[in-house]
Write a protein that binds this ligand. Structure first.
Ligand code: 13P
Ligand code: SF4
Length: 328
């Protein structure tokens, strides 16, 4: 077994050098993938790295929208996604032309009550309803949605991005939880979709109480894809790499981790003297776990699966990503 994975790693390394490739890994990837990666990070860091690294091939160990972003930013590079079925269900919830989810504004934000657009309304329809409101799309979206957006954001910079805009009304899609979190930190009116991440949205306030009782000395870190009541009960709300920075800088010794459990491997590795507990053990993203050493090797051997965005979508999508990357 050990011998097997050692051989796989050696072959991956050999092919990587031969093809002038780099391996990027999201913080949620399997331990063995994080170990062979040239760079591990959150969505924002991975976007920046994909845009600046000097290489011919990027093997993206993450989910589809991440590889797509890399291809949008670096069309001259060959971007490979080892597992073609590694998608993000939240990113696939929203479509430009045939939305399956409802739109709503937040109750009590202004004089109007919450109003919900019927599911046949599309991103184009809602843009027509709010013609002056720029669309901020979370990077967890398809290239099509990015192409219809003014600017992108990640969990690390959503508030900064929204605050950078002139308009008082902003459309923020597709995550209702991220948008609600941003709304708490902005005076702008934020209109959102009813999208969510099934891994983070399953966490309830009861889960928080249970974890607090079990680990009374631990600080709770939560990802902004969690529900707003969970975020309000957390000690720190941030992206995956934000959690790495927070845990390192904090004098606390114990932490409850309110995000996908894959992050705990890196948290432990970088802070061996500290203890990390998952907020719930089943915070596992099955799609993030699809990539294995075998699939990375296969990807480099067969140069698959190629992720390429057509120019008519790539150019406007790149504008939205570039606008985000310009914000420091
Ligand atoms: P981060 O940008 O915080 O790494 O999050 C990406 C993601 O998919 C969270 O579920
Ligand atoms: Fe998508 Fe959630 Fe998985 Fe992140 S954890 S990739 S948002 S399904």
């Amino acid at each position: 077994m050990i011998k097997d994975s050692t051989r796989l790693k050696e072959e991956i390394l050999r092919l990587k050098n031969e093809k002038n490739a780099i391996i990027l890994s999201h913080n949620y990837q399997r331990e063995e993938i994080q170990d062979i990666a040239d760079f591990i990070g959150d969505s924002l860091e991975l976007s920046r790295t994909a845009a600046t690294k000097d290489c011919d091939v990027i093997v993206f160990c993450g989910v589809h929208f991440m590889a797509e972003s890399a291809s949008i930013l670096s069309p001259e590079k060959t971007v490979l996604l080892p597992e073609i079925d590694a998608t993000c269900p939240m990113a696939d919830m929203i479509e430009v032309r045939s939305s399956r989810k409802v739109w709503k504004t937040f109750p009590g934000y202004d004089v109007q009550p919450t109003f919900i657009f019927p599911h046949e309304f599309t991103l184009k329809d809602i843009k027509a309803q709010y013609p002056d409101a720029p669309v901020v799309s979370y990077v967890n979206t398809t290239a099509d949605v990015k192409a219809e957006s003014y600017i992108c954001c990640t969990s690390a910079n959503v508030v900064k991005v929204i605050e950078s805009l002139q308009s008082d009304t902003v459309i923020c899609v597709p995550d209702r939880n991220l948008s609600q979190w941003a709304q708490k930190h902005s005076n702008k009116k934020i209109i959102t979709w009813d999208g969510f991440c099934h891994v983070h949205d399953r966490i309830t306030i009861q889960d928080v109480s249970k974890a607090r009782k079990l680990y009374p000395n631990a600080l709770l870190m939560a990802h902004p894809e969690c529900r707003i009541e969970v975020l309000e009960a957390a000690d720190h709300v941030t992206s995956t790499s934000g959690m790495l920075r927070f845990a390192k800088a904090s004098s606390a010794k114990e932490f409850i981790v309110g995000t996908e459990t894959g992050l705990i491997y890196r948290l432990k590795k970088e802070n061996p003297e500290k203890i990390f507990y998952p907020l719930r053990k089943d915070m596992v993203c099955p799609n993030m776990k699809k990539t294995t050493l075998k699939s990375v090797l296969n990807s480099l051997q067969k140069m698959e699966h190629l992720i390429k965005v057509t120019e008519n979508i790539r150019v406007p999508a790149k504008k939205a990503l570039d606008r985000m990357l310009e914000i420091k």
